[in-house]
Every structure is written in structure tokens, then in C-alpha cells.
Design a protein around this ligand. Sequence first.
Ligand code: PLP
Length: 282
Amino acid sequence: RIVYLNGAFLPEHEAHISIFDRGFLFGDGIYEVTAVLEGKLIDSALHMARLERSVREIGGHLPVSTDEIVAAEKRLIVENNIQEGLVYLQYTRGAEDRNFFYSDDLEPTLVMFTQAKTLEHVAAVEKGLKVKIVPDQRWERRDIKSVCLLPQVLAKRTAKAAGCDEAWMVEDGFITEGASSTAYIVTADGRIVTRGNSNAILPGCTRLAVLQLAEEAGLVVEERPFSVEEAISAQEACLTSASNFVVPITSIDGKPVGDGTPGPIFKRLRALYMENARKTAI
Ligand code: PLP
């Protein structure tokens, strides 16, 4: 596999990062994951806008323009012959002798690599995913897509131990989001409920696209927190993320959601999203 490291395209075994990199020592970095379908980037502009925002929020600066980043991602897709999969990007503040205080003239580290993966025709779309409820143990700036993912790693570990596929994190009785996805429920009267963007959640790129498409299609969207009880008694539930697009959730903490099968609102959202994703892919 060919990977990108600070302007160079290298075989993966030749790409090395310093043990003093602040991403490694402090988790002082930002990442993005963008889906690839039919060799094209999905929602690329949304991911680049969020990347710029995250980097700005930690007082960093991208070493190259987002146009150059997109060009590099496209080159990796071609060189690695990726038809379907992911492009991972990581920015860190750079490497220097360990010190919480960082030098202002540090050269950032920028890494990109591809992962071939089936995203569209996966069993989860028909079967649905199982969700485990866990406490949200993260910090107060979840709007920044930081590489400090230990709380999410532990949440996934708890979910897996319970035989589940994803963790929904709870704060003060309300779901914030999934460990690596945005959380939605559908009420008995067909309203789509998902938490509004704030520092409490990551502003999902897939979320942004899906909500716009839902509203254009005349579906009712309510952006508000929902409780664990409301989730368990919901008609439908689903999640969105770049690597899953839209997938249904058929059980929460071992209890079936609705009749335990993927519902019509999910199917509508998935169809709307996939059509738009192909239309806007670059
Ligand atoms: N929320 C969290 C905590 C995530 O980690 C992710 C994706 O990794 C999402 C939401 C979904 O965001 P996106 O749709 O941009 O992939």
C-alpha cells in the first residue's frame, strides 16, 4: 500500500513518524475519515470543512491546502486501486522533545492512508445493529475530531463484551451519540429525532447531509436530545457515519426497537443518502 506522509507518497513500510510526535505523546491531533465509493470521495467538502475547523479550534495550522489534501487522497485511491473503502487522514502538531508547551514554529505531521472495505452492501443494512448503552466519559469539546479516542475505545469494548455492535453514550439521562456515529430515533408518529450540534457531540458530516436530504424530502426532523427511555420505546432507530452511511439499529440494551426489523424511515433515509452520495462524489 502507498501512503502519504508530509508531502511524500511512500510504501507503508517506509513511512515513519518520530516517537516524539505530539500525536503519539499527547494525542495532540485531529483526524478525518472519508468514504470511497466507485473510486470517488463521498462528502469530501464537508470533511475538509470540519478538518479545517478542528485544526483551527486547537490552534494548529494545516501544512497544505485542503485542495492539495483532496488531490493527495485521490492519488492514494488511484495508486492503491480503491474502488470501495476509506481514506484516513491524521494531522498532529508535530514532533519535538516532550513538553506540554509546544513551540510555535513546529512543523505539523500529516498522514493519509486508504483502507479497502465493503461499505455499501453489508449485512447490517438488512439485519440491523445492536446497541449497548454506556456512560459518556469524554471531555467537553466533543465537537473537535480529536485523536484522543480512549473513551470511545472503552465504550466499544463494553459494547462488544455485551455482544453489541455499537455503544450509545449517555450523559444526564440523554443519549449524546454513538462511540463512532451519530444517533437517531424515529417517534411513533414518524418524526426523526437527533441531538442538535453543540460541544456535546461531533458534528457528523453524514448527519449534515442526511438531515438536509430528509428536510428536502418533507420528512419531519427534530433536533433535540432524547432519553434512554425514549430510545428504547422508539419506533425505529438508526445511526450515521462516513464508514456506515445510514444503518438501522434493531436492538438497544437487548430490547428490540419497534418490531426488531429495519423500518421504513430508515430505508427512506438510506436511499436518499446513497443517491445523493453518488451524485456529489468527486
Ligand atoms: N460521532 C462520533 C463520536 C464519531 O466518531 C463519528 C465518526 O467517526 C461520528 C459521530 C459520525 O461522523 P461522520 O458522519 O462525519 O463520520
